[in-house]
Design a protein around this ligand. Structure first.
Ligand code: IPM
Ligand code: MG
Length: 382
């Protein structure tokens, strides 16, 4: 046992040194934007399971909305293959090196869900990409218009439980994982959230942690968010614990008052699934992963392996990836097209609902829904 403890301590020392170095790199790079000029390259990645089915429809919609820009060479949609569980397993790489190289040649990505094996050593492609491209802000909007609910979650996307999630320690009868929070990593997500709130006329920002228990990490996260908040004196800033906030979201008497949320990684992961479910299901919410150089837009849900097993892949709902495509359009400076898609989705998913995807043979196919969105865009002159 002693030798095992020694090995674990050595492992921990190496992690600590690596993370201290990462924290100072972050500190040094703070505020440096790296936006590229010229043509905007949008990488399109199908992923696994229902991924290629839903991404295909989102791609059609992007092709339609960006037709002029694509023809003029201002925007390129570039298919990127090889981010599949088969290829990743065969290569033993979460994101195979040549795929990552192609991805680095893009400005923004539209990505279908990818399989994350439970256990084993292969890391999640999502987590790897978020880390490799330093996509620190996971932005997830959720709306329930009938109730006046309009939430935007700013989930820290590279730290917390995710930084070293696959590099914990195991001794006989015991396992230990690590959670990492840095000043610079927290400052940038807090700034992204407050800037968004200011630009979008929001008044209230909720900082959500479990700082009563995770005293060091969540304590730091909360303290740094409050430091940043001083630059936004017009905001009403509140502290909430994640457990009661989880309850608040299902409390109709209270929930409409929340606007912008800032959360460490894992709490943000969990609560955004809950929020998406309240909006109509995880199939309905889009998700943006933003960094200072790259941005990745994806569905909030997974690959739906059960649908594939049951032969229902063609009945997958593309709403979530279409919402992600809407966020992508806004991000690449095509606010007009983003709004048009937003209006079409409102008609197709909320007001008119002429074609409804239910996830089984009783509902419409993914392709039919894609047709419906395109027809709505064309017919409504949206
Ligand atoms: C999400 C997903 C991912 C996460 C998985 C697929 C690794 O749940 O984007 O919320 O845990 O972040
Ligand atoms: Mg999740």
């Amino acid at each position: 046992m002693n030798a095992q403890i020694e090995r674990a301590v050595e492992h921990f020392r190496a992690l600590l040194e690596e993370q201290v170095a990462r924290a100072s790199r972050l500190e040094a790079a703070a505020g440096a934007g790296e936006a590229r000029e010229g043509r905007t390259v949008v990488g399109v990645i199908g992923g696994d399971g229902i991924g290629p089915v839903i991404v295909k429809q989102a791609r059609r919609v992007l092709e339609y909305l960006l037709a002029d820009e694509i023809a003029a060479g201002a925007v390129e949609l570039r298919q990127i293959d090889g981010l599949t569980i088969e290829n990743r397993m065969a290569r033993g790489e979460a994101v195979p090196a040549d795929v990552l190289e192609q991805i680095r040649g893009c400005d923004a990505l539209l990505k279908g869900p990818t399989t994350t094996p439970k256990g084993g050593t292969l890391e999640s492609a999502n987590v790897t990409l978020r880390r490799a491209l330093d996509l620190y802000a996971n932005v997830r909007p959720v709306r329930i218009p009938a109730e006046g609910v309009d939430w935007t979650f700013f989930r820290e996307n590279t730290e917390g439980e995710y930084t070293l999630g696959s590099r914990g320690i195991e001794l006989p009868g015991l396992a230990m994982d690590f959670k990492v929070i840095t000043d610079a990593g927290t400052r940038r997500i807090a700034r992204a959230a407050f800037d968004y709130a200011r630009k979008n006329g929001k008044k209230r920002v909720a900082i959500v942690t479990k700082a009563n228990i995770m005293k060091k990490t969540d304590g730091k996260f909360s303290a740094i968010c409050h430091e940043v908040a001083r630059d936004y004196p017009e905001m009403e800033v509140e502290d909430w614990y994640i457990d009661i906030m989880t309850a608040n979201l299902v409390n109709p008497a209270l929930r409409a008052r929340f606007q912008v949320f800032i959360l460490p990684n894992l709490y943000g992961d969990i609560i955004t699934d809950e929020a998406a479910q309240l909006q109509g299901g995880v199939g309905t919410a889009g998700s943006a992963n933003l960094g200072s150089r790259y941005a990745m837009f994806e569905a909030i849900h997974g690959t739906a392996p059960r649908m594939i097993e049951e032969g229902l892949g063609d009945y997958a709902n593309p709403e979530s990836i279409l919402r992600a495509a809407q966020m992508l359009l806004a991000h690449i400076g095509r606010a007009g097209q983003a709004e048009r898609l937003g209006r079409a989705l409102e008609i197709c998913c909320e007001s008119e609902k002429k074609c409804v995807v239910t996830g089984d043979v009783g509902g419409a196919t993914c392709q039919a829904f894609g047709d419906y969105v395109l027809e709505t865009l064309r017919a409504g002159n949206l």
